[in-house]
Design a protein around this ligand. Structure first.
Ligand SMILES: NC(=O)N[C@@H](CC(=O)O)C(=O)O
Ligand SMILES: [Zn+2]
Ligand SMILES: [Zn+2]
Length: 424
């Protein structure tokens, strides 16, 4: 039976909101702006905004291996609540999808319990240990969406170079967490002003940028497509900008928290403010915003990284890096960047839908006839306070608890089915 969504507004090419209707059948969009087909089930959009389901190319679902932090079931429900319908799962699980067998195992788990589309990464090295290289061609043919050792940087240039050459042969994308281990210095936050005030060890900006600089040169030499994870420093932005100018096939993502927060916002030695890369300086934050606006940075990804309260209870030094992101990403960005006139609504939506989809060759992230019926209905006027205790994610680790924001998803539709509906 067809579903007819009425009383809804969508963005046109000019970035204006226009009233429309959307008709869905068999999981696909079959009409935009048409009349209700006879017998169709009706969804009242209540005059709200409808966006393509969000696409997040950088998330951690923790299953298999770390189900106490998150499972595919809880993580994908959290994604749906945040308006995400396509998410790419990083391979730092146990086991790591570094072989066809392990990848098939992860795909089975996804099939069993995901409520949105989950596309698994393959790793670049066996067990993400940085030594033995994985078989990119084989993993790609079994459905790995891209390749990364996220969680750690690939330390050896030759390992990265060889993997890039293999990736180039089969059109695979190499996605890099850039971090030079010799420049971490045991740091738990940015090496700047605030870490000194708090008496905590710092991670200098070069720890990230130096590896991006190496990698863009390797990508050029290998002829590979290269995507940089969670860019956090102004030097990283400049390096990506220069590489693009030189014609190197590089793309980059930025996380909501790096756009919204800076080191001086960290109130105390609280591990809900600990993530990798760390919150940088206000100049870095400014450079990230400029980088998005001038096209140096291509898209936004949450790096949703749930950890338990026990792990995050007791200060930064002992805690793992990472914060959750699905359920706050859009409202926080909408409120702080669109309502303030820094981004247009179309820019923000594009950075969370069509842009990441294009980089990763995914046929999602747009509302058009024939596309998968993946939609997010958002109440742009609805104001709510972030309450970590009501997250669908198992993770409560967010620095945004208590923030007021507008623009909350009220319904998420995946392949024509309602996978999230706001509880009244
Ligand atoms: N971002 C983080 O702080 N943590 C991520 C790993 C990663 O993205 O590097 C995690 O898996 O917890
Ligand atoms: Zn990372
Ligand atoms: Zn990550």
């Amino acid at each position: 039976m067809a579903t007819f969504i009425e009383n809804i507004k969508m963005l046109n090419e000019q970035g204006e909101l226009v009233e429309t209707t959307i008709t869905i059948d068999e999981g696909k969009i079959i009409a935009i702006g048409g009349q209700k087909p006879d017998g169709a089930q009706v969804i009242d959009g209540n005059g709200n905004f409808v966006a393509p389901g969000f696409v997040d190319v950088h998330v951690h679902l923790r299953e298999p291996g770390f189900e106490h932090k998150e499972t595919i079931a809880t993580g994908t429900r959290s994604a749906a609540r945040g308006g995400f319908t396509t998410i790419c799962a990083m391979p730092n699980t146990k086991p790591v999808p570094d072989s066809v067998e392990n990848l098939e195992y992860v795909k089975d788990l996804i099939k069993k319990s995901a409520v949105v589309r989950v596309l698994p990464y393959g790793s670049l090295t066996m067990n993400e240990a940085g030594e033995k290289r994985t078989n990119i061609a084989e993993l790609k043919s079994h459905g790995a969406v891209a390749f990364s050792d996220d969680g750690v940087g690939v330390q050896q240039a030759s390992t990265m170079y060889e993997q890039m050459k293999d990736a180039a042969k089969v059109g695979a994308i190499v996605v890099a967490h850039c971090e030079d281990n010799s420049l971490i210095y045991g740091g738990v936050m940015h090496e700047g002003k605030r870490n000194k005030e708090l008496g905590l060890p710092g991670i200098p900006s070069v720890c990230e940028s130096v590896q991006i600089a190496r990698d863009v040169l390797l990508a050029e030499a290998a002829g590979a497509r290269y995507h940089v994870c969670h860019v956090s420093t102004k030097e990283s932005v400049r390096t990506v900008r220069d590489a693009k100018k030189a014609g190197i096939r590089v793309t980059a993502e930025v996380c909501p928290h790096h756009l919204l927060l800076e080191e001086m916002d960290i109130p105390s030695d609280d591990a809900n403010w600990k993530m990798n890369p760390p919150l940088r300086s206000s100049e870095d934050k400014k450079a990230l915003i400029e980088g998005l606006l001038d096209g140096t940075i291509d898209c936004i990804a949450t790096d949703h990284a749930p950890h338990t309260q026990e792990e995050k209870c007791c200060g930064m030094v002992g805690a793992p890096f990472g914060i959750v992101g699905f359920e706050t990403a859009f409202p926080l960005l909408y409120t702080n960047f669109v309502e303030t006139g820094i981004f247009t609504l179309k820019q923000l939506v594009d950075w969370m839908t069509i842009k990441p989809a294009e980089i990763f060759d995914l046929p999602y992230g747009k509302i058009e006839v024939g596309a998968s019926a993946d939609l997010t209905i958002i109440d742009l006027n609805k104001e709510k306070t972030v309450d970590a205790n009501e997250f669908y994610s198992k993770g409560r680790n967010t620095p945004f608890n208590g923030w007021k924001a507008k623009g909350w998803p009220v319904m998420t539709i995946f392949e024509g089915n309602v996978v999230y509906k706001e509880e009244e």
